[in-house]
Design a protein around this ligand. Sequence first.
Ligand SMILES: C[S@@+](CC[C@H](N)C(=O)[O-])C[C@H]1O[C@@H](n2cnc3c(N)ncnc32)[C@H](O)[C@@H]1O
Length: 360
Amino acid sequence: MDWNDGYVADIAYPAAFFPEQSPTHLSIACVLNGVEPVPLDRPFTYFELGAGMGLTASVLAASHPHGRFYANDFQPAHVASARALAEAGELDNLTLLECSFADLAAGKIDLPPLDFITMYGVYSWVTPENRRHVVDFIARYLKPGGIVYVNYNAMPGWAGALPLQRIVLEHAARHPAGRERQVAQARDFVNALIATGIRYFDDNPALRHRLDSLAAALDVPLAQAARLAALLASSGHATLFLLDGALTDARPARALNRTIARDAVHGDQYQVLASPVLGGGLRAGLVQRLIYTVLTDRPDVSDSDTVLAAVRQKLERYRDAAGCDSSQAAQLAALTAGLPQTVEAILRLRVPVWRALQVL
Ligand SMILES: C[S@@+](CC[C@H](N)C(=O)[O-])C[C@H]1O[C@@H](n2cnc3c(N)ncnc32)[C@H](O)[C@@H]1O
């Protein structure tokens, strides 16, 4: 059998941050559902299975310096990239393991009992045999009362995406090429279809239903939120949210943020900044990360003209860089056109929030 066990392994998976995997988020989900959460005000252990490029694991480790984090993936390019990020971000509480689920289930890696085991985009993507390895791993290492988070794609929730998946697969089958090229070609093809006025995205009732249910889930009455906050505070589980992060060391989060912001380039996937107060990360687009770099490189600077000039210079550098195609150049031009308002708004509205959440 191939080392990749039937898994698509010839292209790297995009990096992404998923807040649902945060210990803070999971503890709140437990409290909401009447289940005792894992205390977060003392050391705990956490494992992410199939961590891909390691962005989620890195942000979570940086935001929880007293947690001990582990993450695995069997794809060498993923683990190398994750290790580079963790190293540059000076994370000493994250161990990145290049190994398979089978290795883990067989106990080949020395690990402590685990408080949290999470996986995102893994369980429904792998073979039945690997699903058994995942279950065996959980049975072997999860502490009593520990929390497991499984995110998976399943029917009928994903039915709306099936036509798109089929278009991409059929297009790829008819245009043999390297996987990356096939993806790019299929994307162009889908964009061309959309440009013809195809109504699939507008008309798909399943997609609309997903959006509706998300809006409903966000509509939590204030009184309920306040009761939850009181409960979390009194149980000691939400110190991170409610005590201004005073108990948490913000230095690891800031070190990782400096790395993420310093390496920001147009069109990258590292669009998050870690917050120890949130116990997770905040989405941060390119301009926000460029501003973060300016503010951390030059802490004496706060006036918007100086920040604007520095950010504009960085954007111009991307535009002039070789390899910027016409659509990227157009996106950069649009970004540059609205830059004064964007920078002013971020400085006025986002930076104070970053400071309160100890992102900055
Ligand atoms: C769809 S990606 C999700 C990555 C990451 N969790 C995310 O959501 O961004 C699934 C990941 O699982 C890894 N993977 C798949 N099968 C595996 C196995 N048998 N052992 C270890 N890792 C595996 C892949 O290399 C890939 O990085």
